[in-house]
Ligand binder design. Sequence first.
Ligand code: UDP
Ligand code: MG
Length: 321
Amino acid sequence: MQKKISSASVEVSVVIPIFNEQENVENLCSRLLKTMDATQKTYEIIFVDDGSYDKTLSLLKEIFEKRSDVIRIITFNGNYGQYVAILAGFEHVCGEIVVTLDADLQNLPEEIPHLLEKMSEGYDLVGGYRANRKDSFFRTYASRIINYIRRKATGIKMEDHGCMLRAYKRYIIDEVVKTRETSTFITALAQKFAGNPIDIPVSHEERSAGDSKYNLYKLIRITFDLLTGFSLLPLQIFTMFGMVISLASAVYFLVEVYKKLCGHHGYGLHFAFVFLLLSVIILGIGLLGEYLGRAYFAVCEHPSFVIRDILEKKNKNEEEK
Ligand code: UDP
Ligand code: MG
């Protein structure tokens, strides 16, 4: 009988979302297994098949037959997206360190040991950033714009949210799973929970085979997810806008009243009144949004703080145990 993974002994879990990557599966597995075997660490590889309808799953199963000592496969009934797949993987990890990697070999599996080495220096999150990005012009620049908006809107310092070659201490992953976050920004979320993160450059290759699974629509969705998931900024802009309009229309209204009192014609008074009412409505929507935002964060169970460790002297009873 083959050795089963026991949760106590796993040092590293590698989580890989995979969707229609039949051309990459074999190459990925052989390179990854070789690299991980060489680390001399106990490890598991969790593939999350995101509803592939090509030969990905059957190829994976063949490899699983040979290496079920380290491979686990989670399969979805449909396509839910890369980040949902990663989350499902996170829910099942056993390792003390969790590494994420894409299946398309754009990031090299051979670089995982560098990340692990960096982790051993005491960092709790090692993020890769694509120093020499090899994607289409559109994909590269769209990503840069999203990275810029993210940095400005959320204040989360991270070089490259889209690079999936990252290593996390387990407690960060546990926090991510606990939040029940439905947005797609796992990397940003994890960064928020990290105490001592570092970004290191990693190489980036052309997609080994197949096409990118991202189109313009998906990228726009990601940006919305990011803005609504991590900050109340869009709502706050609305409230601010409402305030400015209210102030301006109040002044306008007073000017018109004054004009009327001085015996001028009072046509503007009607406009001023309508503006004033309108501004109250805008302000009202903004305020409503603020409450909604708070409710949203509460529902997502974003923790107010994350405890990394507690240093304390054990009481006598516990020491005796
Ligand atoms: N992926 C997935 N579900 C999807 C889209 C992508 O699991 O709906 C996987 C895909 O197989 C790959 C990773 O997510 O392992 C990154 O996808 P891709 O390379 O297409 O993204 P890009 O490199 O263009 O950002
Ligand atoms: Mg890719």
